[in-house]
Design a protein around this ligand. Structure first.
Ligand code: HXC
Ligand code: NAP
Length: 293
């Protein structure tokens, strides 16, 4: 595993980045690296105490400026207020990172209408609320060289059983990413997405692999590279995509999953279970058939 930090010092100097769900997990890891690279970072979520503690820790660790802002992304008014507060503090915002999410495993028939809505509201409507508020602001103020980075999942395009609201919502976020990459490029905005494979976090693992499920379903075994992701690997990719180094990358979704989703997709991938010594026998059988036909 290679977890060196990728970009040069100061690569994000002068940029202000808003990270929704930045108080924990992957949002916190990405925020930390943005701060190390010189950006100002506003972290937002519902839990202000958690955000304050994270901001304090990140400021101490990085010597950067991190602003905690309470904001439930489901509420458009709160999103507008959050944007205003970030602009008041830093003068402008250059990047929106839609990272906040809600998810849990469940057979779909066990979900109430409200349970389904809750996930759609956080993931799809929340991303829409932030994107619309920030996009309108950038258009109104004629600010250019801005970008939106959306965190989706690989099941945004494959779908997935047992996380159907999340899959439905992430698919919508991916469609929004690609649509606005074209429509709003004329305003100087770029839109990209990252589809992470398994990157252990407390928030995700508590809801997707509760109890001893994490031992029963070892996520590393689903990955051709035989390991889960390291947070710095994701942070490196996110920093590149929000930096000016990626100025010509627009409308892209970059998968960072060690090959996990393709392993599940390829029709004959299960043949890896065949022991090496058996291949002589199989080859002989195939060749024998060919010579007779
Ligand atoms: C069935 C459930 C449920 C469960 C909640 N509900 N948990 N139904 N099974 N396990 C139902 C409730 O009964 C309620 O419906 C409705 O969902 C809303 O629940 P609340 O608790 O009122 O919602 P809220 O307080 O808004 O919390 C949202 C949450 C919670 C999504 C339920 O887990 C949360 O705050 N999550 C945020 C963090 C998170 O999820 N992180 C993981 C991201 S990982 P009724 O009908 O009773 O009112 C990810 C992708 C990972 O996104 C991919 C990995 C490879
Ligand atoms: P996490 O720590 O639970 O992060 C989710 C964050 O969203 C939390 O900080 C939470 O903060 C915030 N949030 C939830 N509901 C919100 C709301 N209504 N308004 C504002 N903020 C809200 O989990 P994570 O693993 O780091 O997930 C981060 C992102 O990566 C998500 O988009 C997830 O889908 C994606 N992802 C993760 C993995 C993985 O393996 N971990 C894989 C693929 C994709 P509060 O509770 O304080 O509001």
């Amino acid at each position: 595993m290679y977890t060196q930090k990728m970009l040069r010092d100061g690569a994000l100097q002068g940029k202000t980045i808003v990270v929704t769900g930045g108080g924990s997990g992957l949002g916190k890891a990405m925020s930390k690296y943005f701060l190390e690279l010189g950006a100002n970072v506003a972290i937002t979520s519902r839990n202000l105490d958690k955000l304050k503690a994270t901001a304090e820790e990140l400021e101490q660790d990085t010597k950067g400026s991190c602003l905690p802002l309470q904001c439930d992304v489901r509420n458009y008014d709160e999103v507008e207020t959050m944007l205003k507060q970030a602009v008041e503090k830093y003068g402008k915002v250059d990047v929106l990172l839609n990272n906040a999410a809600g998810n849990f495993i469940s057979p779909t028939e066990r979900l109430s209408a409200n349970a389904f809505d809750t996930i759609i509201d956080i993931v799809l409507k929340g991303t829409k609320n932030c994107t619309l508020a920030f996009g309108k602001h950038w258009i109104d103020t004629k600010q250019t060289n801005t970008s939106v980075l959306n965190i989706v999942t690989t099941y945004a395009w494959t779908g997935s059983a047992y996380v159907v609201p999340s899959a439905t919502a992430k698919a919508g976020v991916l469609a929004m990413t690609r649509s606005l990459a074209v429509e709003w490029a004329k305003y100087g905005m770029r839109f990209n997405a990252i589809a992470p494979g398994p990157f252990p976090t407390k928030g995700a693992w508590d809801r997707l692999l509760p109890g001893d499920l994490k031992d029963k379903f070892d996520m590393a075994k689903k990955v051709p590279l035989n390991r889960v992701g390291d947070h710095q690997e994701l942070a490196n990719l996110a920093a590149y995509l929000v930096s000016d180094f990626s100025a010509y990358v627009n409308g892209e979704v970059i998968t960072i999953d060690g090959g996990e989703w393709l392993k599940g997709a390829g029709q004959f991938n299960l043949l890896e279970e065949i022991p090496e010594e058996m291949w002589d026998q199989l080859e002989a059988m195939i060749r024998a058939k060919k010579s007779k036909s």
